[in-house]
Write a protein that binds this ligand. Structure first.
Ligand SMILES: Cc1cc2nc3c(=O)[nH]c(=O)nc-3n(C[C@H](O)[C@H](O)[C@H](O)COP(=O)(O)OP(=O)(O)OC[C@H]3O[C@@H](n4cnc5c(N)ncnc54)[C@H](O)[C@@H]3O)c2cc1C
Length: 442
């Protein structure tokens, strides 16, 4: 198993023109094992390395906000790759025609792995079609998903020991990439990285617009450095201080593959902070994040209500399906931050403008949508849609797990109450108390 898997039984094609790296999930040069692997293979075999990125304009749930973050990151990546001597091509298509053509001319294809259904199916399909070796490389996790556990984990409690015992093996620095050639490589398809041109050519809706955050490897490293200097020491206090700088704000960079979790973990470990703070941060970055990956990897129906939930949650929610709801809203009221609750509206408004909401508020935000929607199915669908549409880090395993957590996933049963049954409830009193305490402190 390990990080690298051969996905077909085709041979190395000696007459091929290049080794192909099909980049998808790791848009960075630093700590990118798929790139490293592809470069080493090309060097060993004395072949050129071609890196292709397939832009899919109607990628599920992607909108202008996401593309505005993705495209500059791709431009920076392309530039770096060229300097390493690689030939780069950005292709833009809804089908796989051009991508398959690139694969057909390769000696071998290396791709990076992401874990949601759409990409996994595409990757398996391409691996079957190509006439040469096809490698899938996991480079966006610390511990490869099948090494961490061979089945769906029940909770963080059962998953934590499995993963922590492997950390000494996997928390190891990665080799640096070396240039393949002295001369710069070629680059094609750069016009697609022009945001206006891309959106206009494909007629992308203007409902959800870009936010101020800038994507890319350099921006991700700067954010990590800011967090290490200004945020790490107060990490974990966000729920009591509402100080946004007390969390890393790296989730969008992780989602788009602009930074590696292994890189973050090693930089955090080597930073002079208390071991307790480091451990609290690594719990989120490694245990919680990789628990989410474990979930979408092993649970086929990770996005379906109620199948994604544990049996106890399905049963208790079924028992409370017809409970009276005091407030009821449709999707647009939630989306426009138009509910009776000022705290909820404030969180949603922040999301509309910044593309972000902190973890503590996200839990409250999700729980309230369950409470104020006519059915659980509808609440489930609204939450996934809101999260994936407006969050910069949406469309991610963490999003599916975050929403499912609001319905009881990876949690335990609590005292029974209306609407939620035995699923954990959250009320605004806790938030008001915390906000008051934070104001008094400042
Ligand atoms: C309803 C709901 C929806 C969510 N949707 C998403 C989503 O779409 N994308 C997303 O990345 N996260 C999601 N989360 C998890 C979490 O809220 C975010 O990862 C976190 O707020 C990101 O901010 P940060 O980078 O400052 O996190 P930090 O606290 O600095 O943590 C560092 C990293 O650890 C990981 N992490 C942190 N908290 C969690 C968590 N609870 N579960 C899994 N991994 C975690 C993230 O990758 C994060 O970037 C959701 C949570 C809830 C309750």
């Amino acid at each position: 198993m390990g990080y690298i898997q051969l996905m077909n039984e085709q041979p190395w094609q000696e007459q091929g023109a290049y080794v192909l790296y099909w980049a998808h999930a790791a848009i960075r040069v630093r700590y990118n094992l798929a790139l490293l692997q592809a470069l080493e293979l090309a060097r060993e075999q004395q072949k050129r390395l071609c890196v292709v990125y397939q832009l899919v304009p109607q990628y599920p749930q992607a909108n202008r906000r996401h593309f505005a973050f993705l495209l500059p990151g791709l431009a920076e990546f392309g530039d770096q790759l060229q300097k390493l001597g690689c030939d780069v091509e950005i292709i833009c298509e809804q089908t796989n025609e051009q991508l398959l053509k690139k694969c057909e001319l390769a000696c071998a294809v290396v791709s990076d792995t992401s874990y949601l259904r759409y990409f996994r199916e595409k990757q398996a399909f391409i691996a079957k079609q190509v006439p040469c070796q096809f490698y899938a490389v996991e480079t966006n996790v610390v511990v490869p998903v099948q090494e961490a556990a061979d089945k769906q984990a029940y909770s963080a409690g059962t998953f934590r020991p499995k993963i922590t015992k492997q950390l000494s093996t996997y928390l190891q620095p990665m080799r640096d990439v070396k240039r393949l050639a002295k001369q710069h490589g070629s680059i094609r398809g750069m016009e697609w990285l022009d945001y206006q041109y891309f959106c206009e050519t494909w007629g992308l809706a203007t409902k959800v617009l870009p936010v101020a955050s800038i994507g890319g490897e350099q921006a991700a490293q700067s954010q990590l450095s800011r967090f290490l200097h200004e945020g790490l020491a107060k990490y974990g206090q966000i729920a009591t201080t509402f100080d946004e700088s007390a969390s890393s704000q790296l989730s969008a960079y992780l989602h788009f593959g602009h930074i590696s979790p292994l890189d973050i973990a090693l930089q955090v470990q080597n930073y002079p902070a208390s071991q307790q703070t480091i451990d609290i941060f690594l719990e989120q970055l490694i245990v919680r994040r990789e628990l989410a990956i474990n979930f979408v990897y092993y649970c086929e129906k990770y996005d379906c209500y109620p199948e994604a939930l544990p049996k106890w949650a399905q049963i208790t929610l079924a028992n409370h399906e017809h409970d009276h709801r005091e407030y009821l809203y449709e999707y647009e009221s939630f989306a426009q931050a138009d509910t009776h609750d000022p705290i909820w509206n404030q969180a949603q408004k922040q999301l509309l403008v910044t593309g972000r909401m902190n973890n503590y508020m996200r839990m409250y935000w999700g729980k309230k949508v369950i409470e104020w929607t006519a059915s659980y199915e509808q609440a489930w669908e609204y939450l996934l849609r809101l999260n994936d549409t407006y969050e910069l880090d949406g469309r991610d395993p963490n999003g599916y797990v975050g929403v499912a957590w609001c319905f009881g996933l990876h949690d335990r049963a609590w005292a029974e109450r209306e609407i939620f049954g035995k699923v954990r409830y959250m009320n605004e009193t806790g938030i008001y108390k915390r906000q008051r305490a934070a104001k008094q402190k400042n």
